[in-house]
Ligand binder design. Structure first.
Ligand code: SAM
Length: 222
């Protein structure tokens, strides 16, 4: 059974998707999507040998080798030009996801939709999307097994998005929706920063600039 987190990621793929799943691990996502949708085609990319082998095994066992190619390599380098229409990068930190997108820009000419699921630092992805001609079309936030995950979907667009600081940090769609998971996340982010400020104030030589920076972040979040 697929996790709610990956089901949410899958929900942003169109029918008949032709997509790459970068950092696919067991290839659970492409297997799920291709079983649900007979028209879907996928490429699963993996950097590391262990996950690459489990992806290959899983795809073969499911009899999906004709529709899911499993390739070993770094980020988007496993793709040829014009091979896919959507890219998924899930289950990593936001800055790693941003690096993969930035280093693979030359593979994105036919990619109309990018779906990411950062475990943290979603802000860096929103900044990258906005600076590289992709406009957010939807977001989701999911609480599962004590963790909170964000999902961001963006389409290539001529219209340049201009999110403000709060939208970049929290997500424009998530801000409007204000779900329980969203409120829980940001309440805990405020607590984390308040703890850091408390500890810094009681340090032998408090770093005033750092303290001010955290206090400013707390105000933005509030
Ligand atoms: N995408 C799956 C998910 O969301 O459940 C797996 C997430 S797993 C935590 C991250 C995977 O990304 C690992 O299997 C790791 O080997 C792979 N990975 C990390 N950096 C990568 C890169 N630069 N290119 C391709 N795969 C990478």
């Amino acid at each position: 059974l697929l996790s709610d987190r990956l089901k949410s990621v899958a929900s942003f793929l169109p029918e008949g998707a032709v997509f790459a799943d970068i950092g696919s691990d067991h290839a659970y996502l492409p297997v799920y999507v291709c079983r649900q949708d007979q028209q879907a085609l996928a490429i699963a990319g993996e950097l590391n040998e262990g996950p690459f082998q489990s992806a290959k095994r899983n795809v073969e066992e499911q009899g999906l080798s004709a529709r899911i190619a499993v390739r070993k390599g770094n980020g988007l380098s496993i793709l040829k030009a014009n091979e896919v229409e959507q890219v998924v990068i899930a289950g990593m930190g936001g800055s790693l996801i941003t690096d993969i997108l930035e280093n693979g820009k030359n593979k994105l000419s036919t990619v109309g939709r990018i779906i990411t699921q950062p475990n943290l630092e979603a802000r860096s992805i929103r900044v990258w999307l906005q600076e590289n001609g992709y406009k957010l079309i939807g977001e989701d936030i999911i609480e599962e097994a004590g963790h909170i995950y964000e999902v961001l979907a963006a389409d290539k667009s001529e219209v340049k998005a201009a999110m403000n600081e709060v939208e970049l940090l929290c997500g424009p769609f998530l801000l409007k929706e204000k779900s329980m998971a969203f409120i829980n996340k940001w309440e805990s982010e405020i607590k984390k920063r308040e703890n850091v400020v408390y500890q810094m104030r009681h340090a032998s030589s408090p770093d005033k600039a750092k303290i001010d920076q955290f206090k400013e972040e707390i105000e933005i979040i509030k």
